[in-house]
Design a protein around this ligand. Sequence first.
Ligand code: THU
Length: 136
Amino acid sequence: MTSHIDNKTKRNLIEAAKKAQLNAYAKYSKFPVGAAVLTENGGIFQGCNVENSSYGLTICAERNAIFNAVVNGQKKILAVVVFTPTDKPSPPCGACRQVINEFGPDAEVISVCNSQEELADRSSVLLPKAFGPNNL
Ligand code: THU
């Protein structure tokens, strides 16, 4: 994937995602996730996963980060970074891909972890032929 995000911005996003992960509420899965999104105005918004004793109510880190951006008036997402404290990077789940598509159909989606291994793809690659705002 050809990236349009400069190295400093990428480092800042990774740092923000790592910090957010520290606040994850992953009481049941013990799988904490942090996310950070870059918006059109250069802002960075964080999210972590927040689980619930009624398991299905859990919200993922990526969606929390995107909703945080929207709460703050930012509806165009250029990049999403996902951090998990694991050996392998973890890609966004299907529900998060759908929400990323809503606000950043061409967003760069980068997953990082404790090793140097990372995943990087455009949202349009992660969710091809997506249903989105233009279908309504
Ligand atoms: N999780 C995320 O936060 N993002 C994803 O894309 C995948 C899964 C969370 C949900 C749940 O709290 C835990 O990871 C295990 O599924």
